[in-house]
Design a protein around this ligand. Structure first.
Ligand SMILES: C[S@@+](CC[C@H](N)C(=O)[O-])C[C@H]1O[C@@H](n2cnc3c(N)ncnc32)[C@H](O)[C@@H]1O
Length: 197
């Protein structure tokens, strides 16, 4: 499918502003709306490649904070001292093992996206599976009052996912940033004020 002018606008803007990917504008909009990232925060970025979200977060947390990024692929040309890359498959990694290796986090981000097949139900169920894994990891690693942001496809199962997470957070909202590609069915779940560990 051909990209539209709005898609091109963000791609061009990211190139000019030296971001590693256009998806940075989605996180920027989420952060501006929900005020999630503060100086000195510790952040986990699930699905961090090619690195624009980690790049944005590092700029906001400053030298006193840090980011751990997990993906199957290592971000290239992005290696600030307070960024640690870990190679792992979120589908199979043991959340307990991760929590033994990573200090508690103020914020867990998941921009994880499965390779799409074009088959609606298959893509939605893979996206849901990754979102559920991300939520499991967030519950293990979040500090009290921490936040969780997670990409997920809009689908019937999203309601249950949101409901299941409900008791663990003060508030859960769904948000579709302007930089989302028009043809995409993705939405971001923004869960704030983690209650239990
Ligand atoms: C949309 S990209 C993330 C873009 C990133 N937020 C950025 O701004 O640069 C989605 C990422 O999820 C990763 N991913 C998908 N399935 C994964 C899995 N099972 N384990 C780890 N990473 C996975 C892909 O490798 C891909 O880099």
């Amino acid at each position: 499918m051909k990209s539209n002018r709005w898609d091109d606008h963000y791609t061009e803007k990211a190139r000019k502003e030296k971001w590693l990917a256009r998806s940075v504008y989605k996180l920027q909009e989420i952060d501006r709306k929900f005020k999630l990232i503060r100086r000195n925060d510790t952040v986990l970025d699930l699905g961090c490649f090619p690195g624009s979200w980690s790049q944005y977060v590092i700029g906001k947390v400053g030298k006193g904070g840090n980011v751990v990024g997990i993906d199957l692929q290592k971000p290239k040309a992005f290696n600030p001292p307070n960024f640690t890359y870990m190679k792992a498959d979120i589908e199979t990694v043991d959340p307990e093992q991760l929590s033994a290796r990573i200090e508690p986090r103020n914020l867990v981000l998941s921009d994880l996206a499965p390779p799409t097949t074009g088959i609606r139900d298959t893509d939605a169920s893979r996206s849901l599976f990754l979102a559920e894994r991300a939520a499991e990891i967030a519950r293990m690693l979040l500090k009290p009052k921490g936040h969780f942001v997670c990409k997920i496809f809009e689908d019937e199962a999203l309601k249950d996912f949101k409901k299941d997470l409900g008791p663990a957070f003060g508030q859960i909202r769904l948000f579709r940033p302007k930089a989302t590609r028009k043809r995409s069915r993705e939405v971001y779940l923004v869960a704030t004020g983690f209650i239990t560990r």
